[in-house]
Ligand binder design. Sequence first.
Ligand SMILES: [Zn+2]
Length: 896
Amino acid sequence: MTELPKAYDFKEHEERIYQIWEEKGYFQPTNDPNLPGHDADIEPFVIVIPPPNVTGALHLGHPLFVTTEDIMIRYHRMKGEPTLWVPGTDHAGIATQLQVENQLRAEGTSREELGREAFEKRMWQWKEEYGGQITAQLRRMGASCDWTRERFTLDEGLSRAVREAFVRLHEKGLVYQGPRMINWSPGLQTAVSDLEVEYSEEQGTLYYFKYMLADGSGDYLPVATTRPETIPGDTGVAVHPDDERYQKFIGKEVLVPILGRKIPVVADEYVTKEFGTGALKITPGHDPHDYEIGQRHSLELINIMNNNATLNENAGPYNGKDRFKAREAIWVDMDAAGLVIKEQPYVTKVPRSQRGGEIIEPLVSTQWFVKMDAMAARAAESVLNGEVKFVPERFTKVFLNWMENIEDWCISRQLWWGHRIPVWYCQDCHETIVSREDPKRCTRCDSTNLQQDPDVLDTWFSSGLWPFSVFGWPEKTPDLRYFYPTSVMETGYDIIFFWVARMIIAGLEFTEEVPFHTVYLHGMVRDEKGQKMSKTKHNVIDPLVLMNKYGTDALRLTLVVGSSPGADQNVGEKKVEANRNFANKVWNIGRFVINAVNKIDEPIVYDPKWTLADSWIWARMKQTVNSVNGLFENYQFGEAGRQVYEFLWNDFADWYLEASKRQLAQGGDRAAYTAIILSDVLGLMLRLLHPFTPFVTEALYGYLKTAAVNNPVIFNPETEVAEHLMVARWPERIAEEGWEAEAIKNFELVQEIVRSIRNLRSEYKIEPNKPLSAVIVSKTRSEFLQQEKHLLYDLGGLKQDEVEIVDSNLPNGDMTPLVVEDVEIYLDLADSGDSEVDRQRLEKELGEVESHIARLEKLLLSPFAQKAPEKVVEAEREKLAGYQSSAAKLRESLEK
Ligand SMILES: [Zn+2]
C-alpha cells in the first residue's frame, strides 16, 4: 500500500523527476522526421526558445518565459501532438564581450594586449562556463526542451547560415557599405543601431550666439545650439524660406566662429521658425537631420571627432580636447570674441547608450547596412493579412507603425565577439570580395594578399535567422521541412523590434514563409511595489534563491497565475511563499485521496446513486475542464491556472473533501464510489495543473496511480494509464448532460447557508467546531434541505439531532435568525448572545432583504411581468413573498 510522506519536499523530487523525463526521451518529439515511420501530414507544435544570453546573469524574466513556453509545450504534448521545443543560447555580442573585458581589466590586461585570437579563446572559455550554467538553470526550471537539438548562435551550423544570409542579401543588393550617419558609442568604440539608443530628457543649456556675415558689414544671424562643440563642423546655416526676418541673408556667406571658415546661408523648410532664433546651424557630420539638409544643399561634410569622442585636427585649436571640455573652451573663446548672445536653461533629449548609459555621438562612418524598406513592407503585409498574429492584439498596431517608419539597419559592429563579416579586401587591387567560403585569391587580380573585414555582425543579425537556422538552414534537412515554420514565438514585448520583427523579415526573405503564426508577448516582471528591477535599486530577485527556498513549482506558479499576456506584473517573495503553500495543499489533498482509496477493499455490490456533493463536484469539474480548455486555446494561461488553483483549493479541498468524509465513513458501496470520485477528480485535475507545476503533480501522480492501479475495486482496467503524468492525456472538453446546472444551483444553496452560519459564528466569536442547534424554515426548499441536512451538520457545524427543518412553523423567539434566499435559519446562540452585535447584524440583513424586495417589486411592475412566461413571473412573485415574510420576521426580532 502506498503511503504518502506527510509534507511535500520539493528537494526530494525535482531533480529526480527531471532525470526520469529526460531518460525516457519525453522531451524529444514523437513522429521524428529523421526516423522511419514518420508521417509528414501530422502537424507538429514547435517553439524555438528565445536564446538566453551567455552573459551569466539570470533574472526573473528567464523563469517567466521558460514557464510560459513550457506550459504551451506540455499542453500540446499531452494533447498527443508531436511537440518540439528547441533550446539554445545566444552569444550576445557586445554584452558578453564587455563581461570578458571587465574580467581582463581586473587581471590588469586588455583585449588589445591579448590580441584578437587569444581574446576569442577567452570568449569561448566564458561561453563554455556560462552557457553550461544557463542550460543547467533551464533544466532546474523544468523546461521540457529537446536537449539533443540544442544550438548556439555561434556554432558551426549557425555560422554557415549567417554567411549564407549575408551573401544572399549582398547578391540582391540589399546589403551595402557606405559612409552614413550612425550612432557611435565612444566608450564601447563601436557603432550601435538606432534601437540601442535611448533618449532621456535632461536639463541642458541652449547657447545663443552670432553667426557674423562674411561681408564685413557687422550684421549677423543669431543662432542657438545645445552642442557648441560641434560648431567647428558647421558647413552651413539654414533658415525657413518664408521667414521674413532672414530673407536678406539667404545666399550670403557667414563665418564659422573662431575658425573663420566661410559657409553659406541656405533656405530649407525643415527649419522651424519658432524654435530658438529660427536660424539653424548645420553640422552634417554630427547630426542626422543636418546630414539630410546637407545632402539637399550639397553642403560639405566635415568630421571633427575621433572615435574616442575627442575632437580631431578639423576642430582647429580644439584638436585633442574631449567633447565636453571642448564645449566649455569654445564658449569661453566665443565670449571673448564678442560672439555670445546669451545662455538659457533648456530641457533636451539626450541620446544615451542602452548599454552603459554614455552619451551617443551621431557621426558619419563607413559601415555595413541592410536596406529595410521593401523587406519591412513585406513583413507588415504578413501581419496585415493575418499570417502572423499578435497576442495581445494591441501590439499589431505598434508593430505596423514601426515597419512603416523603419530605417536602414547598421549591422557592422567594431567588436571581436560575433560573426565576422564575410567580406575580404584585396590589398593589391582593392577589390571587395563577398563570399560564402574564405577566398584564397583575389577574384580580380589573383593576389593572395587578402584581408577580411575586421568587424562583426550585430548580434541580432544571427538572432533573426534563429527560427530556421536551428533546423540546419540553408540545408533542406528533415527537421527544417517538418518543424518549420514554427508555431508560436513567445518573448518579451520589449524586444518586438530588436528580434520579432527581424525574424519575420528574415523568414520571409530567406524561406518565403513567416517563421511562426503567433507571437505571444509577455510583460515585464517588476518588484512587489511595481518598480522596475535594477542592480542600482538593489531590488533584483535572484530566481535561484527563490527556487532553492520554495521550489520550482512555487516560482512557476507565481510568475504565471494571475498574469495576462503583455501586462507587467509585480512579484515579491510573499507570493512565492503562498504558492509553495499551494503545492503543499495539493500534496495534502493527494494524501487524503490516497488514504481513501487505500481503505476500500470490499467489492461494490450495486450502483449507488450519486449524492448532491458528488454531482456538484463532478459538474464543477466539467465546468473547470471546459473553461480551461477555452482559455488555453486563447493563450490565457494565467487565468487558466487561477481557475485550476481555485477549483482545487476551494471546491475540491474546502467543500468536497469535507462532504466526502461522511460518505467514506458510511463504508460499503458509498465509500467505494466516493473514493472513485475523489481519485478521478484529482487525477484529472493533476493533468490540468501539470503544465503549471510539473514536479509536484508528477510526484503525486506516481503515488495516486500506484494506489489506484493496485486497488481492484477502484481501478477500471479499461482506462488508459500513462507511465508518467507528463505524457498522460490532456483532459479535453466534456459534454454537458443536462443535470449539471441544477446540481450546481442546489449545492450553492447549501454553500450559502453554510457560509452565513460561518459568518455568524465569526461575528459572535463562536468556535467553528462548537455544534449549534437550529430551526430551518423554508416554504419551497424544506424537502430538499431535509434530504441534504447531513451537509448542514457537517459543513455548518449543526447539532445532528437538534436541527428541525420545517416549511412554516415559527420557532421560539430566542433564536437568532439568518436569511438565505427564501430560507430562514434560526440558530440557538444561547450563552453567546451580544445584543449590540445582534442588532447591527439584523439591521444589515434587513437592509439586504429590503433591497431584494425593492428590486422584485420594480421587476414585477415592469413590462417583464406581461412578456415573461407565466411560470417565470410566478416564481419571482413567490420569491418576493418569501422576502416580505423574512423582512417581517427581521423587523419583529429588531423590535424585541
Ligand atoms: Zn586583387
